[in-house]
Design a protein around this ligand. Sequence first.
Ligand code: ATP
Length: 362
Amino acid sequence: MDMTDLRPSLELRGIRKDFGSFSALGNVDLQVRQGEMLVFLGPSGCGKTTLLRIIAGLESQTAGSVTQNGRDISWLPPEQRDYGIVFQSYALFPNLTVAENVAYGLVNRRAQRAQIQARVAQLLTMIGLPAAAKKYPAQLSGGQQQRIALARALATAPKLLLLDEPLSALDAIERVRLRKEIRSLQQQLGVTTIMVTHDQEEALNMADRIVVMDQGAIEQIGTPQEIYEYPASTFVAGFVGKANVIEAVALGGHVFECGHGLRLVSSAGGDYRAGSAVRLYVRPEDRVTEDLCDSTPNQVVGVAGRIEFLGGICLVECALAELGQTPLTIQFSLNQMYDLNITPGVRIRFALRADRIRVFPQ
Ligand code: ATP
């Protein structure tokens, strides 16, 4: 069920941040919708954390404004913004019990004792640690501590939940488990959430919408599917998901010459004037899976090289004579690997899907 409300709850306009002469954020405009899970995704240093800290009020912007439900909060101190924040390091108070940690914000607000106890018990049950109340943080695993940090952030029913790489200190299994739990809790409570990550799988998996950032600017905002299937730039196409990049020249009519006689057709890329230099982006799974016949476009023959075994699927580096040194990485299911007898050195004929090859100007 889609829990998001299209009205913006938080709005950033023209946000800029300079650190001395270094510009960390350019001119960022963003509308966060009520109840959505928005994920900032981008490489290290692109400005995700800085943007989150500006939203939290922990960093002041050089220019631009932040409004919450129509109210300008650009200069409101963090403690008055009514946000819950979870950082990468659990940042629990080590000398307080779990219950005291979770109750912290409520005690500060002078809530009644019985009310606090009930709320803490409710939150501990929600995060699956109903018996942890009397423990101290040091007695808990990393994943458990992060669940407590989440409960603490949610205790005061914040307007906005901010998560700064909350899973990156955890091991792989715990990371996947907690990512499901956070997402389901967020949907259940309908709390508007912004999460920072550099992990594309995490972003694709958890977000209602992803904000892809690079060098202090937003490259694209969209649902995980939109970002993956219709990347707006070569940066997004290369950063989210795997892609083979083929330099080519447009011949007109959706046909592209990719060096030494290889011609590929793309119906997904718009019209390019004959002679323009382009880049074709082909994902490993953009292979025709039906049986090939004479009329199937984009048929090629490659020699299998390195094979990356990923369980049910394999990524096969296929060397094409026409493309010289750079092999295409193509995905096959494990069953197809057996059926087609694909091992290093074997010649394979396959076709690339014309409707999936993205074309960008060079
Ligand atoms: P990471 O995933 O590595 O945390 P990020 O996308 O969150 O990266 P930010 O932490 O927002 O990036 O930093 C953006 C840029 O601003 C970086 O180049 C960083 O070095 C710089 N920066 C951040 N904080 C400061 C500061 N207090 N003083 C000077 N430069 C800073």
